[in-house]
Design a protein around this ligand. Structure first.
Ligand SMILES: Cc1ncc(COP(=O)(O)O)c(C=O)c1O
Length: 384
C-alpha cells in the first residue's frame, strides 16, 4: 500500500498476534495484512489523495438524495434484491438487471467474487488472482484475505498492459480471477484496447474483471459491449468517483448465471435502504447534473496537467481518470512532505521503491484546490 503511510510491519504484527489467546485460529495470510488506516496528517486544507470528486456544482444531486432518503421506511429492512437501484443502473448503462450484483462499494463486490471463485485448480494449493502492477491495492488485499494467492505482472514502461507477460502468467499460474482496472489506478491511463482484448482472449476459463471505476472520465467509454463475445468478462463500476463516495454503491455486470451464484454469498441486506434509494434517485433524476460535474473535472484535468508539466522537472502521464500520475524530479517523498507542510495532501508511492519512487497520484479537485496545489508544487520544487 502506498504512501505517505508507514511501511508494513509484519514482524511487529506477528509478535502481537502471538499474544492473542486464539492466535492459532487465525489464517496465516491475515497476519501479513494491515487494517486500512487513512493517512491523516494535521493541518490539511486541500485533500487530493483519495480520487474523490469535488462537491457537485448542482443542487439537484443533493436534492435528489434528500428526497429519496426522506421517503425510506426506516423500520424496514432494505430490498435484498435492490430492484429499483438495479433498474436505474440498467437504464443508465444498458446492462440487464439480472446481470447486475450491487454491493457496498466495488470493494464489497470484489470480496464477493473472491469468496465465491475460491476453488483451487487441480493440484494447486491455492487459487490465484492475477493483476498488473501497480494497480488498485484492494485486489491484492482482498485476495489475501480470501485465501487467494495474488500474482502481479508489471505494467510496461508506458504504464500499459504487458500483454505477452500477462499471457504467460495466465498460462503458467492459471488464475481463477484476473483484474484489470481501466482507467488504471494509480497510473490514470486507459489500457490499450488491442492489448486488453489479447489478454482477455488468452484468459479462457478465467473470470476477467475490467474495473471501470473511472470510466466516466474516459472519452472512449466502457468495454461492456465486449461481453457479447467474451462471456467470462465482468465489468465493475462504482458511483464513488463521480461525487457519491459517501453512499458506498458499486456493481458488477456479468453473466447472469454467474451473478446468480455470486448472489448466494452476498449478505441479503448488504446495501442500506438509504444508499439504494439515494443512488437510484441520482441515477434517475440528476444524472445529467452528475455528467456536467464529470465534464468540469475533465476540463480541469487538462488545465492541471498543463500547469504541472510546466513546472521544471515534473511530468504527467496522459490521464483518462479524475487524477494525475505525476513524475517528480527526485524522490516523491520530498515533494509529498513539502506539500503536506503547505496543507496539501496527495498520494505518494515513494515507499514502494523502484520506478514508483518518483511518483505521486494527485486527485483533480475544485479550481481553488487545484490552484493551491500548483502554487504549493512550485514552492516544493525548491525542496525536490
Ligand atoms: C480501480 C478502483 N476500483 C475500485 C475502487 C473502489 O471503489 P468503491 O468506492 O466503489 O469501493 C477504487 C477506489 O479507489 C479504485 O481505484
Amino acid at each position: 500500500m502506498s504512501s505517505g503511510g508507514n511501511p508494513s510491519e509484519p514482524e511487529a504484527s506477528r509478535r502481537a498476534v502471538a499474544e492473542i489467546e486464539l492466535a492459532a485460529l487465525l489464517r496465516p495470510e491475515i497476519e501479513e495484512l494491515r487494517a486500512y488506516v487513512p493517512h491523516d496528517p494535521p493541518g490539511i486544507r486541500v485533500k487530493l489523495d483519495a480520487n474523490e470528486a469535488p462537491p457537485s456544482a448542482s443542487p439537484a444531486v443533493r436534492e435528489a438524495v434528500r428526497r429519496a432518503i426522506a421517503e425510506v421506511p426506516l423500520e424496514r429492512y432494505p430490498d435484498p434484491r435492490a430492484l429499483r437501484l438495479k433498474e436505474a443502473i440498467a437504464r443508465r448503462t444498458g446492462a440487464r438487471p439480472d446481470e447486475l450484483i450491487v454491493g457496498a462499494g466495488s470493494d464489497e463486490v470484489i470480496a464477493l467474487v473472491l469468496t465465491a471463485l475460491a476453488r483451487p485448480r487441480e493440484r494447486a494449493p491455492q487459487p490465484v488472482v492475477l493483476t498488473p502492477s501497480p494497480t488498485f491495492v484492494m485486489y491484492r488485499v482482498s485476495a489475501r484475505g480470501h485465501g487467494h494467492k495474488p500474482v502481479e505482472v508489471p505494467l510496461d514502461p508506458s504504464w500499459d498492459l504487458d500483454a505477452p507477460m500477462m499471457k504467460r502468467a495466465i498460462e503458467m499460474m492459471r488464475p481463477n480471477v484476473l483484474f484489470v482496472a481501466s482507467p488504471n489506478n494509480p497510473t490514470g491511463n486507459r489500457v490499450d484496447d488491442a492489448r486488453l482484448r489479447e489478454v482477455i482472449e488468452a484468459a479462457t476459463g478465467v473470470f476477467t474483471i475490467v474495473d471501470e471505476a473511472y470510466v466516466d472520465y474516459a472519452a472512449e467509454g466502457s468495454v461492456r459491449g465486449w461481453r457479447e463475445q467474451h462471456p467470462n468478462l465482468g465489468v465493475l463500476r462504482t458511483v464513488s468517483k463521480i461525487g457519491l463516495a459517501a453512499l458506498r454503491v458499486g456493481w458488477l455486470e456479468a453473466n447472469g448465471a454467474l451473478v446468480a451464484e455470486l448472489d448466494k454469498v452476498r449478505q441479503p441486506f448488504n446495501l442500506s435502504a438509504t444508499s439504494q434509494a439515494a443512488a437510484a434517485a441520482v441515477l434517475e433524476d440528476a444524472w445529467d447534473d452528475v455528467l456536467r460535474d464529470v465534464a468540469r473535472v475533465v476540463e480541469a484535468r487538462r488545465a492541471l496537467a498543463e500547469a504541472i508539466s510546466a513546472i521544471d522537472g515534473f511530468s504527467v502521464t496522459p490521464s483518462s481518470a479524475n487524477f494525475l500520475w505525476v513524475k517528480t524530479p527526485g524522490s516523491a517523498e520530498a515533494v509529498f512532505d513539502a506539500l503536506v507542510k503547505e496543507g496539501v495532501l496527495v498520494r505518494s508511492f515513494h515507499a514502494s521503491g523502484g520506478r514508483l519512487r518518483t511518483q505521486l497520484r494527485i486527485t483533480i479537485g475544485t479550481d481553488a484546490e487545484n490552484d493551491a496545489l500548483v502554487t504549493a508544487l512550485r514552492r516544493a520544487r525548491g525542496a525536490a
